[in-house]
Write a protein that binds this ligand. Structure first.
Ligand SMILES: Nc1ncnc2c1ncn2[C@@H]1O[C@H](COP(=O)(O)OP(=O)(O)OP(=O)(O)O)[C@@H](O)[C@H]1O
Length: 875
């Protein structure tokens, strides 16, 4: 007892200043300061200098028979019996979890110990995302995974014509005859090389010459029979991408490539898991389903056309999202221009506002917003109680203010507008649905704002040329998507004419349209040339009404012009791409685009889609100034547009666009690096492989308490440390409790402990490691760990495929070579480690090994295995 209470020598060390504690009446105090010997491993030198507070540390009340050293178990178990005494000093003592929350800091002088390294690694490899308590049970997870897989299959089928029931129909391999000299190619077994040529050559065992593909590698030339090459070669980058690999692989060093390939595979797997978890997170947001009413059926029956089968499917999908699911909808309606997406949105709006909520329609341009407003007002005209409002810059300040008030107080049911609706000044009383038209045309900040809506309200996105990422998400099944791939009946493909600009051609085209009493769009990439065109056209067609429209016009003027064009008074509209998306004027069936090379592919596709929206044959004339002035990229784009002239080719076009612009646009920086490692086609093959196996790579954690660690280690904590801890029992209990919670809580606990008491003594480190081992085991589905002869055996619920993936994720060859999986057990053989720890005995080594060393070894091994977790779906 005396030793417990004897303060440590003052002369030996600088003062240890810890936060000031006030003691309860029954606690013994040691006085104002406590000095700790320098050699005591738990001192925290750097901290000492910084802190100025004076410390009052309480002593633990213990009976005189208390041992000077307590084992962890003894401490923990004494907690219940000593709870009364514990309460004596716990009322004001600081619990570790209540300490200042600078939890991400490292303990200054504990940087290089195994626990700190594990923390660093977990933060690096698991990202900032903290897993938190898992609320999803296996059954729920199964349901979602099934959903994702179904969507994935539907998406793939629709987008690429894959056969149902499998990923068939895909081939990422390249046809060698399409390669150009200098193209980078990837051979799955050898790595990245540069295509040289295809030439006839004689093989070793035949005199007949056959065709070979010659590929240059870092250390020589390889030749591959064409047949084999078409099975083994992938493109490194897309045909129009100029991306170069860092280096060429070497024929004599396939191991380096193999490592790179496996690294790529694991990265892809992690990406899939990330997407999956994001998706699941969204699915966990709840809102009550909307009621399904007869009024909805009545509203639907007022649609003047017979819906196409794809429209019907989209109606059903959306209705199901709203009325059957209890989490907010985030659905993409992908349909080519003019295929009838608007009606899908209108029915969703009806459903939501019938339940007393508001709906907001966000359009990329004011012209389009106005059109939506007109269409909605017309479609809802039989429901006079439904208030529709358009918020636009055409309004005066007072009008705007009035609208904002109406929105806020829920007096407007449907609000249409541009991005101004996303501003902070707009306060919604009871917003239930957001419809976003052409999301890709909004800026980054606006997209972020839109994304922030998605967790709380239903969002429906309409898109004709989906941005690559959207397309990709839809394709992978992580976003709900309905595809409208068939046009309304009687639609005729738009005839596209691409040529150099000739005034006569322009005149002829316009005359043809005017002769059939139609209207013409004349589009330029900039405002500057509009007047010049007007002069030319007024000269050519003196009796025809011609007007100019662009975004910089005085708002009222623009509104009037658009109105008059919609009414058919104006026959030729000379404009910028303000008419780009969504505008639906059925009588305008000729569009002329001058300086076509200055538009993006998706833009052009949209522009072309302004015509041919009824049953008349429509024409799109795309003029460039002179072919010699076009860049290769521009030519490629235009050729793509001319090729995709059939109805419904918007998706192919989006893909082409994606190829032209490069994959950096779809993936984040990290993924771009991963793509760079293995090349785009192999990356995609891996991606789809990983997606199709998303349900196989699941890890099912086990309860922490069910993990049996049969190592028989119960180290005793030195009495100095016990005394030094202001509340050892509570601290020890808290350690166990945080370990039981999750790894992040345990990490936080350890860091706080170190921050306040310095690096722990060896025996405490061992105790902590036991907790980490149990925590990591529980997360990895390991239920029992024991030593058997030369092995450590870990009984687990994982399957062979998961084990394979874990092994692929390991960064250390040593563990890769010493781990095997057999009959539900991961076995860690001793031989490799044996060298490391210089043990020579051959038999029963593990039993002879110091227990602490064995624990360290297991700790390190689990830390390695743990790095694979981000690549696994966790439940
Ligand atoms: N099933 C149908 N049969 C005939 N016409 C239809 C059908 N569905 C919609 N339409 C009409 O086709 C035109 C284009 O429809 P809508 O504006 O909904 O297309 P969209 O997919 O939104 O096109 P965009 O991407 O250009 O905005 C509209 O005039 C609409 O009334």
């Amino acid at each position: 007892m005396a030793s417990l209470r004897t303060p440590l020598s003052i002369s030996q060390t600088p003062l240890l200043h810890l936060p000031k504690f006030h003691c309860g009446n029954n606690t013994n105090t040691w006085g104002a300061c406590l000095n700790v010997p320098k050699k005591a491993c738990f001192t925290h030198k750097n901290k000492l200098k910084k802190k100025n507070n004076v410390v009052v540390i309480k002593n633990v009340i213990r009976s005189s028979s208390s041992p000077s050293k307590l084992s962890f178990e003894e401490l923990a178990s004494s907690s219940s019996s000593s709870s009364s005494s514990s309460s004596l000093y716990s009322s004001r003592a600081i619990s570790i979890s209540k300490l200042p929350a600078r939890t991400r800091e490292k303990a200054d002088n504990a940087d290089n110990d195994a626990i700190s390294l594990l923390h660093e690694r977990i933060r690096r490899e698991h990202g900032k995302r903290e897993l938190g308590p898992r609320t999803m049970d296996s059954e729920e997870a199964d349901k979602y995974i099934k959903l994702v897989k179904e969507q994935q299959q539907r998406g793939l089928q629709k987008l690429r014509g894959a056969t149902p029931g499998g990923g068939g129909g895909f081939s990422y391999k390249v046809d060698p005859y399409t390669l150009r000299s200098g193209d980078y190619v990837v051979h799955k077994k050898v790595g990245i090389g540069r295509f040289v040529s295809i030439k006839f050559d004689v093989s070793k065992d035949s005199s007949e010459p056959i065709e070979y593909v010659f590929i240059e590698y870092g250390d020589g030339m390889a030749k591959l029979p064409v047949k084999q090459a078409s099975r083994m070669l992938y493109r490194y980058s897309l045909p129009n991408e100029t991306k170069r690999p860092r280096s060429l692989s070497k024929l004599n060093d396939t191991a380096t490539w193999e490592k790179r390939r496996i690294k790529g595979k694991v990265a892809v797997q992690k990406m899939v898991v990330d997407l999956m978890e994001l998706y699941l997170h969204r699915l966990k947001q709840k809102r009550p389903p909307y009621p399904k009413t007869s009024a909805m059926a009545e509203f639907a029956s007022q649609f003047p056309f017979r819906p196409t089968p794809d429209q019907n499917q989209a109606f059903m999908d959306v209705e199901r999202d709203l009325t059957e699911r209890d989490n907010p909808m985030d659905r993409l309606i992908c349909g080519d221009v003019g295929f009838g997406k608007t009606e899908v949105a209108l029915r969703a709006i009806f459903c939501v506002i019938s339940a007393g909520k508001q709906a907001m329609i966000l359009a990329p341009t004011i012209v389009l917003a106005k059109q939506h407003y007109d269409v909605i007002s017309e479609r809802f005209s039989r429901y006079p109680h439904i208030e529709v409002g358009l918020l636009s810059r055409f309004q005066t300040k007072a009008e705007k203010e009035n609208y904002l008030q109406m929105i806020k107080h829920g007096h407007l049911d449907i609000i249409v507008g541009t991005h101004s609706l996303l501003g902070n000044r707009v306060v919604y009383g009871k917003l239930g649905l957001l419809v976003v038209d052409e999301e890709q045309r909004f800026g980054v900040k606006q997209k972020e704002k839109i994304a922030s809506f998605k967790t709380s309200i239903d969002v429906l996105t309409l898109s004709a040329t989906p941005i690559p990422r959207t397309l990709y998400l839809a394709l992978t099944g992580f976003r709900d998507a309905s595809l409208i791939s068939t046009p309304p009946p009687e639609r005729v493909p738009i005839r596209t004419h691409l040529s150099a600009f000739i005034k006569e051609k322009v005149k002829l085209a316009i005359k043809h349209e005017l002769d059939r009493d139609g209207q013409v769009f004349y589009v330029l990439p900039r405002i500057k040339g509009l007047e010049e065109v007007r002069e030319f056209l007024e000269e050519s067609f003196p009796n025809i009404d011609i007007a100019i429209a662009h975004g910089k016009q005085y708002s009222k003027q623009l509104e009037d012009t658009m109105e008059r064009f919609a009414q058919g008074e104006i026959k030729i509209l000379i404009c910028t791409n303000i008419v780009e998306s969504g505008l639906d004027i059925q009588n305008a069936n000729t569009i002329i685009v001058q300086d076509v090379q200055q538009f993006g592919l998706a833009q052009l596709y949209q522009l072309r889609g302004r015509v041919g929206r009824a049953d008349k044959e429509a024409h799109a004339y795309l003029f460039y100034p002179d072919k010699s002035m076009l860049t290769d990229q521009a030519l490629e784009r235009l050729a793509a547009l001319e090729e995709c002239c059939e109805l419904g080719q918007g998706f192919q076009l989006a893909e082409r666009d994606m190829a032209i612009r490069g994959f950096g646009n779809i993936f984040g920086e990290q993924q771009t690096g991963d793509v760079g490692n293995v090349g785009i086609d192999l990356f995609f093959e891996m991606l789809f492989e990983s997606l199709s196996k998303v349900d196989e790579h699941r890890i099912i954690s086990v309860p922490y308490q069910s993990v049996q660690l049969e190592l028989n280690i119960n180290p005793h904590l030195p009495s100095e440390y016990i005394n030094y801890l202001e509340n050892p029992i509570e601290i020890i209990n808290e350690a166990e409790r945080t370990a039981e919670e999750d790894i992040w809580s345990l990490m936080q606990f350890t860091e706080n402990l170190r921050r306040h008491y310095g690096k722990e003594p060896f025996s405490m480190e061992i105790l902590l490691k036991k907790l980490y081992v149990k925590r990591m085991s529980a997360d990895l589905g390991i239920t029992r760990i024991y030593a058997s002869r030369k092995m450590v055996v870990m009984e687990t619920n994982i399957n062979k495929k998961v084990f394979r993936l874990i092994i692929d994720s390991l960064s250390s060859d040593m563990y890769r070579n010493s781990l095997v999986f057999e009959d539900g057990q991961i076995k860690l053989t001793f031989t490799v480690e044996c060298r490391l720890i210089s043990f020579s005995s051959q038999a029963e080594l593990l039993l002879e090994l110091p227990r602490e060393q064995l624990l360290n070894w297991i700790f390190q091994c689990l830390a390695e295995l743990y790095a694979a977790l981000p690549a696994l779906i966790k439940y």
